[in-house]
Ligand binder design. Structure first.
Ligand code: SF4
Ligand code: SF4
Length: 222
């Protein structure tokens, strides 16, 4: 899923300050699962904005709505009337959803209420971890299903960098060396032979960059 985090209320208030009628629009898919932009968060953000505006003496009417998917025109249609009757939209979708709404309503200001972070999974309660950098040329089949692009800080594709100590990554010792994991997994599934073959340079023109990232939400930890 796409993982995102909420922007701060004070930042959101600043973003929408020139509007008097605002639609806070949630998305029922990825951002609902990662607890950033679903119906519950729409309600929390809308209430917080109303309160913050009142405290600042700012006139702001806030309407709430959540649709199934903001990146899909079929569902965007369901928000048509609410979008029309408000001055602006604060979208709690990922960056793709925000842009889909903006493209569909070119004369309506549409703002991002979230910081879209990465493609990842819920590792454990309150911790989401990046698993895929959408590099555009998936090589998981070569590495036992462990992504060296995302999980190795140096994106090593032909073995470890030789900096790891006791299975820890030298860039961040709190994390396991991706190549330790790859070796262990290939051994487990009887595919260590794959490591004997030198991989040709990857086509990075289809990618972005960066080591894997994690979001820690203390309020969802047990
Ligand atoms: S190889 Fe590329 S597409 Fe496949 S999981 Fe890693 S980043 Fe994602
Ligand atoms: S220690 Fe392992 S995970 Fe870290 S950069 Fe080197 S090869 Fe990659």
């Amino acid at each position: 899923m796409i993982v995102a985090e909420r922007k701060k209320i004070q930042d959101l208030l600043e973003i929408v300050k020139s509007h008097k009628k605002l639609l806070v629009l949630g998305c029922g898919t990825c951002v609902t699962v990662c607890l950033a932009g679903g119906q519950r968060e729409v309600s929390i953000i809308a209430s917080a904005l109303r309160m913050a505006a009142k405290l600042k003496g700012q006139q702001l009417e806030v309407e709430e709505l959540t649709i199934e998917r903001q990146c899909d025109n079929v569902f965007i249609e369901q928000a048509a009337e609410a979008i029309q009757r408000n001055d602006a939209v604060l979208s709690l979708a990922c960056g793709a959803g925000v842009q889909a709404i903006a493209e569909r309503y070119p004369s309506k200001p549409v703002y991002a209420g979230l910081d879209t972070s990465f493609i990842g999974i819920l590792e454990e309660r309150g911790i989401w971890t990046e698993k895929c950098a959408a590099c555009g040329q998936c090589v998981l089949h070569l590495y036992g299903g462990i992504c060296p692009v995302t999980r190795c800080a140096k994106h090593m594709l032909n073995g470890p960098c030789s900096g790891s100590r006791e299975d820890r990554c030298e860039v961040d010792p709190n994390r396991q060396c991706a190549w330790q994991l790859i070796y262990k997994r290939l051994k487990e599934i009887g595919q260590l032979d794959r490591l004997k073959k030198i991989k040709p340079p990857k086509n990075w023109s289809r990618s972005q960059s960066g080591g894997y990232r994690t979001i820690l939400r203390e309020d969802h930890r047990v």
